[in-house]
Design a protein around this ligand. Structure first.
Ligand SMILES: [Zn+2]
Length: 109
């Protein structure tokens, strides 16, 4: 199962706005599917025709890897923790995982 996280390895900007995008998790250049019509709104409700917009869908080619999901989880923890010291430690671990492309903790993410 392939899971993307919006704001990390999944972006849907207005069509043509970005020529390339880099993954927030692993910094890889993202894959893109261009000019996709967004026809569904929230809760899967069809959009009125005048609100349908064209967007580009950027996804990371590394998203299916456990190490990639671990980085995203750590980035979320860095964002959410009130502790500067814990955030610094997690940043170190994120750098290590980006370099080795290997999870540092099981189970898989
Ligand atoms: Zn990535």
């Amino acid at each position: 199962m392939l899971v993307h996280s919006a704001g990390f390895d999944y972006f849907t900007p207005e069509a043509g706005k970005h020529s390339t995008m880099l993954c927030v998790a692993c910094t890889a250049e993202m894959d893109v599917k261009r000019n996709v019509a967004r026809t569904m709104g929230r809760y899967g409700i069809a959009m009125p025709e005048h609100l349908v917009r064209q967007e580009d869908i950027f996804t990371c080619p590394n998203s299916e890897h456990g190490w990639h999901r671990q980085i995203i989880r750590l980035l979320q923890e860095v964002r959410d923790t009130p502790s500067r010291k814990l955030a610094d430690l997690m940043e170190l671990e994120i750098a290590e995982i980006r370099q080795t492309k290997t999870t540092t903790k099981e189970p898989l993410w």
